[in-house]
Ligand binder design. Structure first.
Ligand code: AR6
Length: 184
């Protein structure tokens, strides 16, 4: 557990579709029309109405995100973020991944969410190296909280397996030991 201002951050091994938070983030693709991995699990759990709303959104650019209702999920909203496909690191992948977390935090704040849960965006089918992705996820969420704390008082990094959980725990531990300085 790490506290940044009024917000508590932690990592958990959990199926993100079971979390009763204000917003869960989906690792979507540019079509926003579903797929495998966490995207497939979210669409299955939310039901067809989620797909119907997604069909009205006109897709989403890589690095951006769009928000919908959560339908049959315990979460109130789904924030569909489109991570980059890893192509070796020379194609702006790190910036695009950071942008997903920044945009997701902004949409959650705009919707007055108090709690948000993230999967490890791009770390599955899109093959982003997990350790680097975890560093980007943690540092970008912290930066967003510091710059515009807004309504968010709880951020969860939902991990599908123990290996990913250990990476988040280690990164959150690094931040606890050397807290980032507040922006001026
Ligand atoms: N809860 C939490 N994490 C999960 C869950 C779950 N239920 N299921 C998988 N993960 P991926 P990507 C983890 O492949 O790499 C889809 O087809 C998983 O172990 O879901 O961004 C989309 O439509 C991994 O650590 O997303 C896109 O086409 C992480 O979530 C494409 O895959 C992300 O893995 C996006 O690929």
């Amino acid at each position: 557990m790490l506290s940044i201002g009024e917000c508590r951050l932690d990592a958990r091994v959990v199926d993100i579709t079971t979390l009763a938070v204000d917003a869960i983030v989906n690792a979507a693709n540019t079509s926003l029309l579903g797929g495998g991995g966490v995207d497939g699990a979210i669409h299955r759990a939310a039901g067809r109405d989620l797909l119907r709303e997604c069909e009205t959104l006109g897709g989403c650019a890589t690095g951006d995100a769009k928000i919908t209702a959560g339908y049959r999920l315990p979460a109130k909203h789904v924030i569909h973020a489109v991570g980059p496909v890893w192509g070796g690191g020379g194609h702006g992948e790190a910036d695009l991944l950071a942008s997903c977390y920044r945009r997701s935090m902004a949409l959650a704040r705009d919707a007055q969410c108090a709690s948000i849960a993230f999967p490890a965006i791009s770390c599955g089918v899109y093959r982003f190296p997990a350790q680097q992705a975890v560093r980007i996820a943690v540092s970008t969420v912290i930066e967003s909280l510091q710059q515009k704390p807004g309504s968010i008082s709880r951020a969860i990094f939902a991990c599908f397996d123990d290996a990913m959980f250990r990476l988040y725990e280690s990164e959150l531990g690094n931040v606890r030991q050397a807290p980032p300085s507040k922006p001026a």
